[in-house]
Design a protein around this ligand. Structure first.
Ligand SMILES: NC(=O)c1ccc[n+]([C@@H]2O[C@H](COP(=O)([O-])OP(=O)(O)OC[C@H]3O[C@@H](n4cnc5c(N)ncnc54)[C@H](O)[C@@H]3O)[C@@H](O)[C@H]2O)c1
Length: 327
């Protein structure tokens, strides 16, 4: 299949591009490199440095490539930043995203896979979280993702463009060659690894008085290779005539902040300096996915459910790239 991948130089995008290429698909990547890394793409990858805000440029790329599908990773991803800069979140995650969808529609493409998030559910009313859980985003990031989900529903109804909307929980881990290198980094596992390596003074634990066994927040960490595999399966599902669907992607197991820190200490053999800090507004105590729908519909099973395995892969990648891709 010819697949246009927006945000393919980013963390999850680059791992997915690599898998799609190894599975025989023809991939064309668009990324403005605002947060992505050219070094995360092989030299053979067809790649345009382009910004989704430029609808004409995106359409010209699609006209030349004639994609059958688009996979859309390109977005701003920091929840806290979205609260103070909602303008850029709605513009990039909704308006600019629509330029990609329009380019696909106007050039005859039929399938769209869109990176959504557990943030669309807001504070959970039941655990594990199924796709039928009430939708109640608590920040502009979550709202922006939900808005684009709705746009995709309308494009299915009006134009027959079929979608799979994976809602990721916490992406984590690395492959042999591709890893997580966000600037600034906001995700727990790379931050704890940096603390273990002495690249940051300590790790702040925001809230140690939650209603959880050790008092710290619990999250569902899903290996980035498992996410990539789900995208490959989603494209096969759509090509086989599958109906549009939203799917949680998580392990179904939760690990607390303290358990993640302990895992990094085990894997690295190094102590991690910890500082307890106040709770952050809007942090749910537990976010754990029910991924039964993905397991059934995509015949997908996470291959790396073990926290130490996830952490080890991230640790190994960081040892090879102590300063990330540009180091
Ligand atoms: N990382 C997670 O745990 C997580 C969880 C839930 C959902 N998601 C979603 O998954 C997707 C990928 O996340 P990630 O962690 O790989 O992020 P990332 O920042 O590493 O990747 C996003 C990529 O999109 C590019 N990009 C952003 N805006 C663009 C634009 N206007 N034009 C062209 N390129 C643009 C960036 O340069 C970057 O390479 C995002 O949509 C994010 O919201 C991620």
């Amino acid at each position: 299949m010819r697949i246009l991948v927006a945000g393919g130089a980013g963390y999850i995008g680059s791992v997915t591009v690599d898998l799609l290429q190894r599975s025989g698909h023809e991939v064309h990547v668009i990324d403005n490199l605002s947060y992505g890394h050219q070094a995360a793409l092989s030299s053979e990858t067809a790649f345009d440095v382009a910004d989704l805000s430029n609808g004409d440029a995106i359409k010209a790329i699609a006209e030349a490539f004639q994609p059958e599908a688009a996979v859309h990773f390109a977005a701003f991803i920091a929840v806290g930043e979205s609260v103070v800069k909602p303008d850029i979140y709605y513009r990039n995650n909704v308006t600019n995203a629509q330029n990609l969808l329009e380019a696909l529609r106007l050039t005859g493409g039929k399938y769209f896979v869109f990176s959504s998030t557990a943030a669309v559910y807001g504070e959970p009313t039941a655990i594990p979280i199924t796709e039928d859980h009430p939708i109640a985003p608590e920040n502009p990031y979550g709202h922006s993702k939900r808005m684009f989900e709705i746009i995709l529903e309308s494009y299915d109804t009006a134009y027959g463009i079929k979608h799979v909307i994976p809602r990721y929980f916490n992406a984590a881990g690395a492959t042999e060659t591709l890893g997580e290198d966000h600037h600034p980094e906001t995700h727990l596992i790379p931050l704890v690894i940096q603390a273990a390596m002495g690249q940051r003074e300590n790790i702040k634990v925001f809230g140690a008085d939650y209603d959880t066994p050790d008092g710290t927040c619990i999250r569902d960490y899903i290996h980035v290779e498992d996410l990539a595999q789900a995208h490959l399966s989603a494209l096969n599902y759509l090509a086989d005539g599958g109906a549009s669907v939203k799917l949680n992607l998580g392990n179904g197991a939760g690990y607390s902040v303290r358990e993640v820190i302990a895992s990094v200490e085990r894997v690295s053999g190094r102590p991690v300096p910890v500082v307890e800090a106040e709770r952050r507004a809007g942090d749910a105590s537990r976010l754990i996915a029910a991924s039964d729908r993905a397991r059934t519909i995509l015949n997908w099973t996470p291959k790396h459910p073990d926290l130490d395995d996830i952490v080890r892969s991230a640790w190994d990648w960081r040892q090879k790239h102590p300063d990330g891709y540009e180091g």
